[in-house]
Design a protein around this ligand. Structure first.
Ligand code: 9D3
Length: 227
């Protein structure tokens, strides 16, 4: 599958996809990532992508025309295996279920907002979805786009081995991961739960389920209501 990113900061994406699972997915042609500079679709003297808000107010907005032109150039005649998403603090929250649905698509175009926001006609008349990555404020859509590409890419068929892909199901199953330990068994006087050092796999399975549940109750009680 191909991820497209539309941004005024193409250089931002030099780093995030050069490591680990995502880098390997690119190298083995399981995915492609194309970064598009929004200013390619500006034709005025100052190549402007922003303008002042109607009705007044602080700051600038992304203007619609370059975004419409770019989207129509990058994904002409959009099919139902292609999706265009606007990243915005006003969007619907992205989650693992959305990542799984998107991993079956041919193309995803992520439009990164900057400044105080994006002219509403982009959300209303251009994109398929308006997406947020969480209830906190960041300065633009670039970091959220990198997060989403990472989350979706690892679910694209062939990107992860079977061992890791079944591990993914733990979030789908609705509980947080259980605590995990590696050597040494005594680190600065802090031990490892005795059950993990013995070989009783039935006991270990039970311990893992119980501690995953306890951690979920403590850190994410909201997840329990969903299951
Ligand atoms: C919500 C605050 N806005 C009104 C004062 C200002 C504002 C904050 C952040 C305007 C634009 C932005 C840029 N954020 C994103 O583009 C964004 C985002 C986010 O801030 N939080 C969670 N997910 C996302 S996806 C894109």
């Amino acid at each position: 599958m191909t991820f497209h990113v539309l941004t005024i900061f193409p250089e931002f994406f030099r780093g995030p996809f050069e490591y680990g699972v995502v880098a390997r997915a690119v190298q083995t042609n399981k995915i492609a990532i194309r970064i598009h500079d929004l200013r390619q679709w500006t034709f005025d003297r100052h190549r402007s992508v922003d303008d002042r808000p109607f009705g007044g107010g602080e700051g600038m907005l992304m203007k619609p025309e370059p975004i419409f032109l770019a989207t129509q150039a990058i994904l002409p005649r959009r099919s139902d295996k292609q999706k265009v998403a606007l990243l915005s603090a006003q969007g619907r929250m992205f989650d693992q279920a959305a990542a799984r649905r998107w991993s079956a698509l041919d193309d995803v175009l992520l439009i990164c907002g900057r400044y105080e926001g994006v002219d509403e006609r982009v959300a209303a008349h251009l994109v398929d979805e308006e997406i947020s990555v969480g209830d906190f404020v960041v300065s633009g859509g670039e970091l959220p786009a990198a997060l989403i590409i990472d989350a979706v890419a690892r679910l694209v068929p062939g990107v992860l081995g079977n061992e890791a892909s079944s591990e993914n199901e733990s979030f789908t199953a609705g509980l947080l991961d259980c605590p995990q330990y590696t050597r040494p068994a005594d680190f600065r006087g802090y031990g490892v739960p005795e059950v993990l050092l013995g070989g009783n796999h039935e006991e270990i399975r039970k311990w893992r389920r119980e501690t995953a549940l306890a951690k979920t109750v403590r850190n994410r009680p909201d997840l329990l209501k969903k299951i």
